[in-house]
Design a protein around this ligand. Structure first.
Ligand SMILES: Nc1nc2c(ncn2[C@@H]2O[C@H](COP(=O)(O)OP(=O)(O)OP(=O)(O)O)[C@@H](O)[C@H]2O)c(=O)[nH]1
Ligand SMILES: [Mg+2]
Length: 217
């Protein structure tokens, strides 16, 4: 395989403590690279980069199938139960520069639990930190990933009804990121199916951005 038919996609996960970042990272990678567990406090303390296997069938270019490799940066949650904003921000800033400084970041995923209403100061603080880390173009390179989406179904809501009745804070955020969102359902044996659906949606967003990236010098 030559380099011209291989593409590396760089993603970073941001979100509040216990929102499901590491678990989403594992779904994206098709692995268990990131430590993910229920906890009454923050689990992830350091940034960590994971790489997927080579994936076929997601895109073609010039009549040729392109093989994708996904790189995902897992990050500590913010607000964090033990680390200050300054510490989390510095840790993520260094990791972005180290891993994506040259090649750039294709998409940041703001991971948010679908079963927790988005409101209050905590989300403003998180969005502000993302803005500080990614710069003024953050809105063009961010999508919201709703975890625990199975709870929406269990409550008898459709995705549209959920979004229609969402808090003003969430609606404002969705507007900011040009309605880029993905629902992640965690149920039964459908993890691989979930992974493919999520990756297809991510690739749509990246194509809409003409494969442009954010770089960190
Ligand atoms: N039911 C359900 N559980 C989920 C989902 N996503 C994550 N979880 C669970 O939520 C818990 C926390 O998930 P993590 O992936 O560790 O969350 P995190 O954001 O990395 O947490 P910190 O590192 O502590 O900030 C784990 O028990 C996961 O299995 C989901 O979509 N549905
Ligand atoms: Mg984690």
């Amino acid at each position: 395989m030559t380099d011209s038919n291989k593409m590396i996609i760089n993603l970073a996960l941001f979100g509040m403590t216990q929102s499901g970042k590491s678990s989403a990272g594992n779904i994206l990678l098709g692995s268990t690279d990131f430590h993910s567990s229920f906890s009454p406090c923050s689990v992830t303390k350091d940034c960590c980069l994971g790489r997927s296997c080579h994936l076929c069938g997601f895109m073609r270019r010039g009549g040729q199938e392109i093989t994708l490799q996904i790189q995902v940066l897992d990050t500590p949650g913010y607000p964090h139960s033990r680390l200050t904003k300054k510490h989390v921000k510095q840790e993520v800033k260094e990791a972005l520069a180290h891993h994506f400084g040259q090649e750039g970041l294709h998409l940041a995923l703001l991971v948010q639990r679908a079963d927790m209403p988005l409101c209050g100061q905590e989300v403003s603080d998180l969005v502000q930190m993302i803005q500080e880390l990614l710069g003024h173009a953050w809105k063009n390179y961010t999508a919201i990933l709703f975890t625990h989406a199975e709870k929406i179904e269990e409550a008898g809501f459709s995705e549209d009804k959920y979004l229609h009745e969402a808090s003003d804070t969430l609606l404002t955020l969705l507007n900011s990121v040009q309605h880029r969102y993905i629902f992640q359902y965690k149920k039964g044996n459908s993890l691989n199916e979930q992974r493919i659906k999520i990756l297809e949606r991510i690739m749509e967003f990246i194509k809409e951005n003409c494969y442009q990236v954010l770089t960190f010098k």
